[in-house]
Ligand binder design. Structure first.
Ligand code: PMP
Length: 312
């Protein structure tokens, strides 16, 4: 069979196009779902796909299920195993995106009581190359939209309804000719990109906003912080960042599963540092790309290998 996007849906592995829900599904109306974005990275040298940090992604997903009162009959281990099987069955020899989604599946509208609604879990996988251009520097704008507050919808989880905020910001930025939006929080501090965390380098020091500034606790953020410490000897300082500090930084870069590590060359038409790849972003990126493709023995614990089928 040729490679194809697949879904694990209602206990079966199906072509993605055959996995369907009814239009009265609660999550479709109200965003009552929680999702993850995981990458499986293709390594040509050993014909293996490496799923990167699936445990951490599924731990975050299950925290979201807890908040949305969803009983999902799968453990983190089960979800990792199902993802590996899905990747293997899909037959791709290419970078893949794995999208688990736990959703309120009851087909009933006009009910806002989480405890009365059933939940289901599906996982799908599709090919995904670069999300932002991985060689270029990004041109960003400060969004006119503010990042949601944890007092409105929990911001530390990938709750579907929360993403209308990111989508409004990203759309506004792209239609205005930028690559990405930077959202401030209600206090006016820098929060994050529409789908990425943000870092700033100043005088050799590395800064990123704390989780309490309503940013997603990104798994790439955590990866970069750990690698900066162990490989470059740089401890990341988590503290609130003002917009003007970004303008004056030596380097700014964004991190996320889809976006990898992307340097920011311009914000609001102001050049950041030299406007090109900075030394710290360059070094971290090359380490990061080796790590996510299973090429760095020290970090193999973060990678779940899935051998490619010989036939594809
Ligand atoms: N912030 C937001 C709003 C995101 O959607 C993402 C992507 N999941 C990130 C940050 C980065 O998180 P991670 O590194 O876990 O992909």
């Amino acid at each position: 069979m040729p490679p194809q996007p697949l879904a694990f849906f209602r206990g079966e592995f199906l072509p993605l196009a055959d996995a369907k829900v009814g239009i009265a599904t609660h999550a479709l109306h109200y965003g009552t779902a929680v999702f993850e974005g995981i990458r499986a990275n293709w390594n040509e040298d050993d014909s293996t796909l490496y799923i990167f940090r699936p445990r951490e992604h599924y731990e975050r997903l299950l925290r979201g299920c807890q908040i949305l009162r969803m009983d999902i009959p799968y453990s983190v281990d089960d979800l990792c195993r199902l993802s590996a099987e899905l990747v293997e069955r899909s037959g791709y020899h290419d970078d893949l995106y794995i999208r688990p989604l736990a959703f309120k599946s009851t087909e009933r509208v006009a009910n806002l009581k989480l405890h009365e609604l059933d939940a289901e879990l599906t996982i799908m996988t599709v090919p995904l190359g670069a999300y932002l251009d991985v060689e270029a520097v990004a041109r960003c704008c400060t969004s006119s939209w503010r990042r949601m507050e944890d007092t409105m919808i929990p911001t530390g989880l990938k709750i579907s309804g929360l993403y209308v905020n990111s989508i409004l910001a990203k759309t506004e930025a792209v239609l205005a000719g930028f690559d990405e939006a930077i959202l401030l929080n209600q206090d006016g501090h820098v929060a994050e990109g529409s789908g990425e965390n943000i870092f700033m380098v100043q005088d050799g020091r590395l800064f990123t906003p704390p989780i309490t500034d309503n940013v997603l606790p990104g798994i790439t953020r955590d990866t970069i912080m750990k690698m900066a410490k162990s490989e470059l000897g740089i401890e990341t300082e988590e503290r609130s960042i003002r917009r003007s500090e970004l303008y004056l930084a030596d380097e700014v870069f964004m991190t996320g599963t889809a976006a990898h590590l992307t340097p920011v060359g311009e914000i609001d038409n102001m050049k950041i540092g030299s406007g090109a790849w900075g030394p710290i972003a360059t070094e971290l990126r090359s380490l990061y790309f080796d790590v996510i493709r299973g090429r760095n023995a020290k970090y193999l614990d973060w990678c779940m290998p899935v051998r490619a089928k010989v036939s594809a």
